[in-house]
Design a protein around this ligand. Structure first.
Ligand SMILES: C[S@@+](CC[C@H](N)C(=O)[O-])C[C@H]1O[C@@H](n2cnc3c(N)ncnc32)[C@H](O)[C@@H]1O
Length: 190
């Protein structure tokens, strides 16, 4: 057995929680790799909502989807902290790649406070058994602050309702990305 790399493991987690016909969210569309992956998981009868604050990312994601003939995804030029304004139904899973868009302006990065607002909204919408995956890149300016803020928040989630996993290679150089995954195990109100 080989240990799955971070991106591979993120995809494994999502593929075990998302089924055809369900709704999924890509919190950081970027170049659209994850949006495309999610669109394949939910199939034609499902839907993906993808968010990004940069027009460049929205265009890149839309082009990737068009290139692959994908029609079950909506790409939204807005912050993921506004996800509840666009998604009202139960979701099966979500992914975030925290950090900056490769090849673009490195000063436009995800931020701890807005990432946390988005996670709070998505946890409410998430089905029991659903998973939110964060791939945390933290080598850039501001990355460690966001990492620590997000880790403080997810560590404090009540284990009765949410199980939180950290998956990380601990002998790699140069701030390798790691995963935080949240599985909802019980509806919040009960
Ligand atoms: C690491 S990149 C995402 C890479 C992407 N998953 C892919 O497959 O190419 C992070 C993205 O988050 C976006 N971003 C930053 N703040 C955001 C916010 N508040 N809401 C949504 N996207 C945001 C950036 O514009 C950037 O495109």
């Amino acid at each position: 057995m080989r240990l799955q790399r971070v991106i591979q493991y993120a995809q494994t987690l999502l593929s075990h929680s998302i089924e055809k016909g369900e709704i999924a969210v890509d919190g950081t569309a970027g170049n659209g790799h994850d949006t495309l992956f999610l669109s394949q998981l939910v199939g034609e009868s499902g839907h993906v909502y993808a968010f990004d604050v940069q027009q460049q990312a929205v265009d890149a994601t839309q082009s990737r989807l068009t290139e692959h003939g994908v029609t079950n995804a909506t790409v939204i030029l807005d912050g993921h902290e506004n996800v509840a304004n666009y998604v009202g139904n139960e979701i099966a899973g979500a992914i975030f790649n925290l950090g900056y868009l490769p090849g673009a302006d490195h000063s436009i990065v995800t931020k701890g406070n807005t990432t946390i607002v988005a996670i709070e909204q998505l946890l409410q919408l998430l089905k029991v058994g659903g998973i939110i995956v964060l791939v945390i890149y933290h080598g850039h300016e501001g990355g460690k602050e966001e990492r620590d803020e997000v880790l403080r928040f997810v560590s404090s989630l009540p284990q009765k309702y949410v199980h939180v996993l950290r998956y990380e290679f601990i002998n790699q150089q140069n701030d390798p990305p790691f995963i935080v995954a949240m599985e909802k195990v019980k509806p919040f109100q009960s």
